[in-house]
Design a protein around this ligand. Structure first.
Ligand code: HEC
Ligand code: HEC
Ligand code: HEC
Ligand code: HEC
Ligand code: HEC
Ligand code: HEC
Ligand code: HEC
Length: 260
């Protein structure tokens, strides 16, 4: 499917001059407006096969990767980026130099390459509560794999769960707990948005609604039923996890009601 090209400041930034932008924009098989790949002055596209010569360890696993399908080639044209070069930029100078550093884009700590196609993520990471991706403290690749399998770590054929990709850093939430909170089975994203949120602790909701999406039972006006008992008047400051109530939201070793 051909997508309508859209020129913005970004495409100029990544496409160099507008002419390049127009040539390279568009055309993946999914419904997403594409921008240009990173621009490297003077370099031309050489294709994934050229990379395999020296980076076989990466190219060998790439075929099934989410991003292997990306093609920024204008229909009817043969010039453009596919696979590797859609994130790393045109490779001719790098290849000719025998692969020296600084001749190709390495999006290790800068999310700009990813933002070029995932426009919405720039906004999410500038929300008040977000991982330090925009400031370069952390890369998207801490949680996403650009080179193999499903791009979201812990999904697809991965042996790890999605939560395990979080608890590698957040060991305090790892457990195991004697009293589990079964919400954790749904993954951390049942309650947090790792890309950013307006709410404290990157929560999906600032108040009891976070919990009531799973725990609301009964809907008589003026009543708030959870666990078979009316909770109206309970959540003093609007959250269920205030001290003295269900503080141990991730799991507990002492209280089945997850109180501490
Ligand atoms: C002739 C061999 C060769 C080819 C072909 C080659 N590379 Fe490299 N590449 C290297 C070497 C060697 C390094 C490591 C340089 C170092 O560590 O000093 C490297 C480094 C890189 C880096 C890290 C650069 C940095 O500044 O940190 C990226 C990204 C990269 N290559 C991508 C590619 C892509 C994409 C292709 C295909 C378009 C490709 N390479 C083709 C040899 C090659
Ligand atoms: C979705 C974007 C994306 C695609 C497509 C992609 N890469 Fe990368 N690449 C990255 C990111 C992000 C990094 C830095 C983080 C990392 O090393 O995982 C990186 C790092 C690298 C490095 C440097 C690794 C190091 O240790 O310094 C090489 C080499 C490389 N990629 C080669 C390739 C090759 C070859 C392909 C195609 C088979 C490819 N990449 C496709 C995003 C991508
Ligand atoms: C050239 C455009 C382009 C670039 C650059 C790009 N992506 Fe993507 N990305 C896509 C497209 C298109 C899809 C949708 C693929 C699909 O659904 O099959 C996608 C999907 C994803 C997904 C969802 C995968 C899933 O299984 O649902 C993640 C996560 C992702 N990209 C992360 C990244 C990260 C991190 C970077 C930077 C290292 C990046 N992307 C760079 C185009 C791009
Ligand atoms: C702290 C971990 C983390 C970081 C850092 C992160 N992501 Fe994600 N991302 C996730 C998780 C977890 C999901 C799956 C969300 C779900 O299943 O609800 C996801 C989903 C996605 C998706 C597919 C669904 C969607 O929201 O469109 C895209 C695209 C994506 N991430 C892009 C990015 C990009 C681009 C960056 C860097 C700018 C990034 N992510 C950084 C954890 C992260
Ligand atoms: C590479 C390590 C790393 C990974 C992986 C990681 N985080 Fe984080 N996380 C951090 C750091 C560091 C902070 C501190 C905030 C900052 O970046 O300034 C943080 C902050 C948080 C916070 C807010 C804590 C607070 O006190 O405000 C939440 C919630 C969170 N992460 C959830 C997640 C989830 C969910 C995932 C998996 C999708 C995840 N994290 C993956 C390193 C990581
Ligand atoms: C049932 C909802 C829920 C799930 C699922 C969940 N969290 Fe939380 N998380 C919360 C709430 C609520 C808070 C705020 C607690 C507070 O402010 O006292 C929080 C706080 C945090 C914090 C900040 C801790 C602190 O001491 O301030 C981190 C980090 C965090 N969660 C990581 C994770 C990780 C990693 C996962 C998945 C393994 C996860 N959470 C799953 C609800 C959840
Ligand atoms: C994704 C769904 C989901 C969310 C969101 C969720 N929970 Fe749960 N929770 C469960 C499931 C499933 C159980 C176990 C079955 C049951 O008792 O209903 C459970 C059980 C509990 C229990 C009882 C534990 C026991 O052993 O009796 C408490 C207390 C609890 N949750 C509090 C909370 C609080 C507080 C929040 C909000 C921070 C929350 N839950 C958010 C799914 C969820």
């Amino acid at each position: 499917m051909k997508l309508r090209p859209r020129l913005t400041q970004n495409s100029l930034l990544f496409g160099g001059v507008a002419a390049w932008g127009l040539l390279l924009i568009s055309c993946v098989s999914v419904n997403r407006t594409m921008l240009a790949p990173p621009f490297i002055a003077g370099a031309v596209f050489v294709g994934d096969k050229a990379c395999a010569e020296c980076h076989a360890d990466t190219t060998d696993h790439f075929a099934a990767a989410t991003h292997a399908k990306i093609s920024l080639v204008e229909p009817g044209s043969k010039i453009g980026a596919t696979g590797c070069e859609s994130c790393h930029g045109a490779g001719s100078i790098h290849v000719k130099a025998g692969g020296s550093r600084g001749t190709i884009v390495n999006p290790d700590k800068s999310p700009e390459t990813c933002f070029a196609c995932h426009l919405d993520k720039r906004g999410q990471f500038s929300l008040p509560h977000a991982h330090g991706v925009a400031s370069g403290k952390m890369g998207c690749s801490e949680c996403h794999d650009p080179h193999q399998g499903k791009a979201i770590k812990g999904t697809g054929a991965s042996l790890h769960t999605q939560a395990e990709s979080c608890t590698e850093c957040h060991t305090a939430q790892k457990g195991p707990y004697i009293f589990k909170h079964n919400a954790m089975k749904e993954g951390c994203t049942a309650c947090h948005n790792p890309h950013g949120s307006v709410n404290n602790k990157m929560l999906n909701a600032p108040d009891s609604n976070l919990c009531l999406q799973c725990h609301a039972t009964g809907s008589n006006p003026g009543q708030l039923f959870a666990f078979g008992r009316d909770h109206v008047g309970n959540p003093v400051n609007g959250t269920c996890w205030v001290a003295g109530c269900h503080e141990a939201v991730h799991g507990s070793n002492v209280s089945h009601a997850l109180r501490f």
